[in-house]
Ligand binder design. Structure first.
Ligand code: UDX
Length: 438
């Protein structure tokens, strides 16, 4: 099996590298020559734990190659994955499929007969059939198969997610496509990973429904957290209590500043738009999007409230800018709403993030960056945890208290124990926590 992986974004790069780790020959293709040159130099364009070692090993073993030569890679492959971006279209929230269709056209022109074209990009239901149509128009006399194989990996644990998935979802409607994907995922059979083979539409919709459901679960617990704060309850206790019910499950019940990242915001918008377009409105998903946007703004309001009526000239320290830990990704991160809202109120913002500074700097002008998390506390009126990097969990409250000008700590990820922070003479506000006594 020879694989061509078109697109070396998050999904394409991780999947391509992991398939080479399974022993297949993989050529990853991208139009960005600089990125390809860096990858050939073993420089990884994203921060993803463990990826560098896999790239190095498989490049050296000759199973993995990076190139801008789509034609050569596709002509040599029997399975071609399309893993290019599907960004949100401005205005209507629909996914922009231009890159997928362009890639399909290019693949069609050079593929050999019998090629299996697999769509790995997250695409709205109906896209795979359109891609098949495009290929057929380009090469009416050439036999090929089409398949859908959505990816469920999370940034920060992408390799583990690829190697040990809960399930693999495949849309394949002929034997050649089904057989090719079963072979590619055979290494997972040892772990008895379910491989669900179904129609193209079922596979496409499964991906969106899964992401929307998870986004909805997070948003639900965030609203329960708001209620907890009003009635003196603790959202972590409530989440544990409901999560032990197998029908609910304990994962994705961490209340926080709202979901962000490259998938949930984009995919919920695309699913809501698809539902509206088909006359099957997804009201829960629409509401989830609205509630989540409002939540990010509410987080800024919490900080401004803690600063008191006069905010101009005050100073706030932010721990964590990435949308979640173990990534340098800041796409749709709550920090991108919180920080500008504080600055608009005349607040000076000081920030630390172990990995995301380079990505965030151009998006957050005026922020003062620190290399050491403790320095973020220097002379600030309020200190807020926005991303739960492990590095922050062990910071000593006494040290933070000594450095701070004000007393207020807002822990948007509930990583600290309130009583410990209060024992250092600070006031502690978590998410969905009862108000401090006295
Ligand atoms: C997600 C899906 O998990 C993955 O299956 C899909 O393929 C891509 O989208 P990712 O965006 O990498 O992955 O991150 P994830 O760990 O799912 O977190 C998404 C957002 O939800 C983050 O902003 C995170 O902070 C937030 N979140 C997650 C919570 O606020 N609470 C939770 O309990 C879980």
């Amino acid at each position: 099996m020879r694989i061509a992986m078109i697109g070396t974004g998050y999904v394409g790069l991780v999947s391509g590298v992991c398939f080479s780790e399974f022993g297949f020959d993989v050529t990853c293709v991208d139009i960005d020559a600089d990125k390809i040159a860096r990858l050939n130099n073993k420089e990884i364009p994203i921060y993803e734990p463990g990826l560098d070692a896999l790239v190095e090993r498989n490049l050296e073993a000759g199973r993995l190659a990076f190139t801008t030569d789509l034609e050569g890679a596709v002509a040599a492959a029997n399975v071609v994955f399309i893993a290019v971006g599907t960004p949100s279209r401005r205005g209507d929230g629909e996914a922009d499929l231009t890159y997928v269709f362009d890639a399909a056209r290019q693949v069609a022109r050079v593929m050999t007969p019998g090629t299996v074209v697999v769509i790995k990009s997250t695409v709205v239901v109906g896209t795979c059939r359109k891609v098949a149509q495009i290929i057929r128009e380009e090469r009416p006399d050439t036999e090929f198969s089409i398949a859908s194989n959505p990816e469920f990996l999370r940034e920060g644990s992408a390799i583990e997610d690829f190697m040990r998935p809960d399930r693999v979802v495949v849309g394949a409607e002929d034997e050649r496509a089904e057989e090719a994907l079963r072979r590619l995922y055979r290494p997972l059979y040892l772990r008895e990973t379910p491989i669900l083979v179904s129609t193209l539409e079922n596979a496409e919709l499964t991906k969106y429904a899964a992401n929307a459901f998870l986004a909805l679960k997070i948003t639900f617990i965030n609203e329960i957290a708001n209620l907890c704060e009003q009635v003196g309850a603790d959202v972590q206790k409530v989440a544990s209590g409901i999560g032990l019910d197998n029908r609910i499950g304990g994962k994705f019940l961490h209340a926080g500043p709202g979901f962000g990242g490259s998938c949930f915001p984009k995919d919920t918008s695309a699913l809501a738009a698809t539902g509206a377009r088909h006359g099957a409105p997804l009201r829960l998903v629409e509401t989830t999007i609205e509630v989540n946007e409002a939540r990010k703004r509410d987080m800024a309001t919490r900080i401004l409230t803690a600063l008191g009526p006069e905010t101009t000239g005050k100073r706030v320290g932010i721990l964590g800018i990435a949308f979640k830990p173990n990534t340098d990704d800041v796409r749709d991160a709550p920090s991108l709403v919180i920080v500008p809202a504080l600055q608009a109120a005349g607040v000076e913002v000081v920030a630390h993030d172990p990995e995301a500074r380079e990505q965030a700097e151009p998006l957050l002008p005026g922020v003062i960056w620190c290399d050491n998390p403790y320095d973020v506390a220097n002379d600030v009126d309020v200190l807020a945890v926005v991303t739960e990097w492990n590095l922050y969990r062990g910071l000593a409250p006494e040290e933070l208290a000594t450095r701070m000008r004000g007393r207020s700590v807002i822990d948007m990820r509930n990583i600290w124990a309130g009583p410990d922070v209060e024992a250092a003479g600070l006031s502690y506000q978590g998410i969905g926590k009862p108000a401090a006594k006295g």
